[in-house]
Design a binder for this molecule. Structure first.
Ligand code: PEP
Length: 257
């Protein structure tokens, strides 16, 4: 992390978990244990249907609310979809885009991710753009090639003045939900590489201000080491965000680093 130049952001991705009543119980519990006077920005990306309640429930413990996806069009005949503007109106601040599960199960491509990045930025929200290599790609030593392509594709046409709202999450596919974490060196190396790609595209001043998260089985035990890497500015957290104590411990680690 480097707090001097950029925000540290710890974001939980609840995926398709927690009913409204489960979320209420979570909010009650986290309210009493969340560190006060935090330095890092804390976010919970909850299922669409629970967003308005989440905004109300988490306001007092300074947890912002995010969504896990959105459509790229502004309106229209897209049954089951939600626009960035709709999310903004109900209090969303962040939108996860291009998560590997969306790429794998819902045909999300670099092209649609790019269109969504534009829609989210236009609505005044912050995209959390997920990129990451598969195990085969890592073993073939093509990690940085893949990541460079994904970052460039996601950011195509994004002007410099909107880059201060962009967050990139490096999530190696082999580490998501597997309990297998990238080593701090691997995470640090790729996050540094992502910053270098942004530097080439937008220059040093913008690159040093972009928050780059690591995601993939981050937990209370490994968070310190991962967040100690100079280019790892936070985490995107799946499993460990589902329990208030585990999520809070990661926020605490981010505050200590
Ligand atoms: C994720 O799905 O973005 C993620 C990082 O999940 P987990 O922490 O469970 O690996």
């Amino acid at each position: 992390m480097n707090r001097r130049y950029r925000k540290t952001i710890i974001a939980g991705n609840w995926k398709m978990n927690k009913t409204l009543s489960e979320m209420k119980a979570y909010a009650e519990e986290i309210h009493s244990i969340m560190p006060k006077g935090k330095w890092c920005e804390t976010v919970l990306c909850v299922p669409f249907v629970n967003i308005p309640s989440a905004v109300r429930l988490f306001k007092d413990c300074h947890i912002s609310v995010g969504a896990q996806n959105c459509h790229y069009e502004k309106s229209g005949a897209y049954t089951g979809e939600v626009t960035a503007e709709m999310l903004k109106e109900v209090g969303v601040k962040y939108v996860i885009l291009g998560h590997s599960e969306r790429r794998q199960y819902y045909n999300e491509t670099d092209f649609t991710v790019n269109k969504k990045v534009h829609a989210v930025l236009e609505a005044g929200l912050q995209p959390i753009i997920c990129v990451g290599e598969s195990l085969e790609q890592r073993e073939a030593a093509t990690t940085m090639e893949i990541i460079t392509y994904q970052v460039k594709a996601a950011l195509a046409g994004v002007p410099s003045d909107k880059m201060r709202r962009v967050i990139i999450a490096y999530e190696p596919l082999w580490a998501i939900g597997t309990g297998r974490t990238a080593t701090a060196e691997q995470a640090g190396e790729v996050c540094e590489g992502i910053r270098a790609v942004i530097r080439k595209l937008y220059g040093a001043r913008i690159a040093r201000a972009v928050t780059i998260q690591y995601g993939g089985s981050m937990n209370a035990k490994n968070a310190h080491e991962l967040l100690a890497q100079p280019d790892v500015d936070g985490g995107l957290i799946g499993g460990a965000a589902l329990k208030p104590a585990d999520f809070t411990a990661i926020v605490q680690a981010a505050n200590q680093e």
